[in-house]
Write a protein that binds this ligand. Structure first.
Ligand code: F6R
Length: 243
């Protein structure tokens, strides 16, 4: 595992965007795995700036979703499909037909999860998966004690994650769904390159457990230690508890 410490969130965004741009120059139809949440926004902004400047061509790029709320209609403004359309696809000029994601409204959720794992494999697998990290060490919505071999499946959000995400639902926790479909840890580990971005002091304990703790389900992100090509990009605040 490679750990890169940068000054701040903007520098982290620029560094990860450049890694994505290099990938797209080498492989124009690369499948980019993207996360939602606040942390990756500087990455998407920096990559969009490169697209506008003509420094990278995204016309053949493909995008895959990491997780999705269960039960929110696809066109709900806070479904992750909608969020990614607004924050990633539109700014990068990537059409929705180049987007892969699980169906959070499927009647048979289990079948939808299995279908998504199959679709990812049939698409050739994710080339670069961008991950954020929860304060409890979750990646995707694999909360602590998720199996490190897990596949895409339905998970119940912890109360803490629902509280954290209420900010996207007018601060009203009652509107935050209880369940999500998330790529499993085993699914995530199949991406060719994993890039975990963490910024801010609030992530410092989770980063220390990820990088220096044992590989253990209590810190799902520690599974990155098992991956042959994992990069952890942290700002100085998130790195502050590393030895
Ligand atoms: C979202 C996701 C989550 C977030 C994590 C951190 O798709 O997979 O694991 O990355 O909850 O969220 P932020 O970046 O908002 O702190």
């Amino acid at each position: 595992m490679e750990v890169v410490i940068v000054a701040d969130a903007k520098a982290g965004g620029e560094l990860v965007a450049e890694a994505m741009a290099r990938l797209l120059r080498r492989k124009p139809d690369a499948l980019l795995g993207v996360a939602t949440g606040s942390t990756p926004l500087p990455v998407y902004e920096a990559l969009a700036a490169k697209v506008r400047a003509g420094a990278v061509d995204t016309s053949r790029a493909r995008v895959a979703q990491l997780d999705e709320y269960v039960g929110l209609p696809a066109d709900h403004p806070e479904s992750y499909r909608s969020v990614l359309r607004r924050e990633v696809l539109e700014p990068l000029g990537i059409p929705m037909d180049a987007f892969l994601g699980p169906d959070g409204t499927a009647e048979d959720v289990q079948a939808a999860c299995e279908r998504y794992d199959r679709e990812l494999a049939e698409a050739g697998g994710v080339d670069l998966q961008l991950l954020g990290i929860g304060t409890d060490g979750h990646i995707g919505f694999n909360e602590p004690c998720s199996s490190l071999a897990s596949r895409t499946r339905i998970k119940t959000l912890t109360e803490q994650t629902r509280v954290d995400n209420a900010r996207f639902f007018d601060g009203d926790i009652a509107q935050v769904p209880h369940h999500v479909i998330t790529q499993g840890i085993g699914t995530i580990l199949e991406a060719r390159h994993l890039v975990l971005l963490a910024t801010g002091e609030g992530k410092a304990d989770a980063v220390a457990a990820t990088v220096e703790g044992p590989v253990a389900a209590v810190c799902p992100a520690s599974a990155l230690q098992l991956h042959p090509h994992a990069t952890v990009v942290v700002d100085e605040a998130a790195a502050s508890k590393l030895k």
